[in-house]
Design a protein around this ligand. Structure first.
Ligand SMILES: NC(=O)c1ccc[n+]([C@@H]2O[C@H](COP(=O)([O-])OP(=O)(O)OC[C@H]3O[C@@H](n4cnc5c(N)ncnc54)[C@H](OP(=O)(O)O)[C@@H]3O)[C@@H](O)[C@H]2O)c1
Length: 191
């Protein structure tokens, strides 16, 4: 009783409230040395980043494209991918360039550049993995930059299956929450 916890709320339960109810299996203690603010970013952005990179399972040195790198999930994926020694190219809009580059991302401005041409300059032979956080026509464009259709994992658009890619498999259990908290304590996840 009385421990600070973080986790995933019941569908429809909501968390923008003074009190809420979380299923115990989807809840972990906040480690003493982790701030509540950082812990609050982990159930969605943090564990999603872990799940999508585990699903791609790329070896060190492989090239990954993160489509939508400036968002909450995209930055977490990029940071973790850099920690895993992947070569990371990310798409986003101009305001996101500086931060993305500061964490080691080779950045493509999707509004100002030809995404396929600019990404291809960074990684000429095609990407070993593509993480899509945008969906729709943007997903269709970046999916064509993967070496193989199955190397594409989409986080928000399940129609990726029509392209031969995969939709993210989520793990919302306590073990994954604890793992994300350890990565945050190590600095590998830093919102
Ligand atoms: N399946 C799951 O469990 C799960 C978990 C987490 C998130 N999601 C989904 O994943 C998606 C991303 O979540 P998020 O929290 O990271 O969202 P977010 O913070 O809103 O980030 C989305 C990013 O995409 C960028 N963007 C928009 N159009 C783009 C384009 N054509 N090319 C490149 N970048 C583009 C946006 O930049 P600008 O606004 O500057 O253009 C923004 O930075 C959402 O659809 C969300 O629902 C699913």
């Amino acid at each position: 009783m009385g421990d600070a916890v973080f986790g995933v709320a019941l569908t429809g339960g909501g968390t923008c409230a003074e009190t809420t109810v979380l299923p115990a299996r989807n809840t972990a203690r906040v480690p003493a040395s982790l701030s509540g603010a950082v812990a609050a970013t982990l159930p969605v952005a943090g564990t999603t980043a872990v799940d999508v990179l585990d699903q791609l399972d790329l070896p060190p040195g492989a090239a990954a494209l993160v489509n939508g790198v400036g968002g909450g999930v995209g930055l977490a994926v990029a940071r973790l991918a850099v920690v895993r020694d992947l070569r990371v190219v990310g798409t986003g809009s101009a305001a996101e360039r500086e931060h993305a580059e500061s964490i080691g991302v080779r950045f493509v401005d999707y509004a100002a550049e030809d995404v396929a041409a600019s990404a291809g300059e960074f990684v000429p032979g095609g990407f070993d993995g593509v993480v899509d956080l945008v969906g729709g026509s943007s997903l269709r464009l970046v999916a064509s930059l993967a070496r193989e259709p199955g190397d594409v994992v989409a986080v928000g658009d399940a129609s990726v299956a029509d392209l031969g890619g995969r939709f993210i498999q989520r793990r919302l259990d306590r073990e994954n929450l604890r793992h994300a908290a350890e990565l945050a304590l190590d600095g590998a996840l830093a919102p």
